[in-house]
Design a binder for this molecule. Sequence first.
Ligand code: DWN
Length: 409
Amino acid sequence: MGNYDSITTCRICRSGELFGFLDLGDLPAVNDFQDSPTDVAQTYPLETVFCKDCNHVQLRNTVARATLFENYTYFSSASDPMVDHFGDYADTITDRFLTADDLVVEIGSNDGILLGQLPDKVRAVGVEPAHNVAKVAEREHDLDVITEMFDSDVASRVETKYGRAAAVLANNVVGHVDDLRDFAVGVDTLLADDGVFVLEVPYLVDLLNDGTFDTMYHEHISYFCIRPMATLLDQRGLEIFDVERQPVHGGSIRVYAQRRGGPHDRTGYVDDLTTLERHMGLADVETYDRFANQIEQYRERLTGLLEALARQGTVAGYGASAKGNVLLNYCGLDSETIDYIVDTTPAKQNTYAPGTAIPVEPPSKFQEHPPDYALLLAWNYTDAILAKETEFREAGGRFVIPQPKLDVV
Ligand code: DWN
């Protein structure tokens, strides 16, 4: 068992009223791919708790961020749909908020997938702790990247060197942060008086509606909805003025915030979503209990289906995703059932998936030795992948789509 810490109070409001509702057991870090099939990945308990006071959903246990992120295997640009998504995102914030020479700081800039698509008229700076990933951003997009984990101290040093930012961005990052209150101090330090803080996070409403428990893993400490997010931002005098639902990563929200009383009018959509959350019972313990019960039933259905298919033919995984590694480990599926996994990410190829030791191969394996069934572990790109793999399906190959609705197509 690897090292980890445990909270006794909520990371946002410090309440001690934490209700544990989902325990996925001891799981490996989902991006801890191994060099040999006999190497054993460290495991850590994965339990999710609900704060009865501010309603924040979060992990009880914290795996050290440095353990998870300093040498990282997730490169956003390995997925074409994400390149398109962040290209549109860059256009949106440029049109809405940016003028020439504005400073844009992205926290968790990964391989420069967004900053590299901003117009040259703005000054872009990334903060990215994964040295191997940051190097790609520097090389491919000629970006300034501070290779450290963002916190209030890093924020001060960025502000001193570059000034205050017209836009601070944080995409698929805020959910990864252990010390949320210090993170908010850092944003407050960096943000210009009339600046905007724009962040994208997987949306708890979609997670609960679709049962996508496999997006719960040690990298993701927090699972946000609007109310606790607003509470966190309010602690630093920031307010949400707009929200957009986004289809990526199983359903996300893009949250737009500013200093209280800032120049941007609050749109009605913020209230629409807070009303939706209230009607869904996101403030009620029972909602989370019901969710946990659904997951147990799902595990039996998926495991039964895949073991049956493996008796009929060969099964391979498609996309060595983080959520895929949760699914495989939680369902006890390994190389007895799944022959191999293909992935477009060079850093993942020729390794072994954590906890299952299933070999990860380049996409050529799928073309040269197609399986009878492909378990779509990157199910958040179902449309793009089904469109790409028409030959496989025309030759009789079938995809098993595990989420959000178990299906064989
Ligand atoms: O927060 C996080 C999210 C944003 O990304 C990180 N903590 C971890 C990561 O989660 P993930 O690994 O589940 O993300 P993806 O983007 O769903 O991963 C998809 C995987 O599938 C990548 O390794 C790339 C691969 N892929 C592929 O092999 N063929 C993707 C596509 C689109 C393909 O056609």
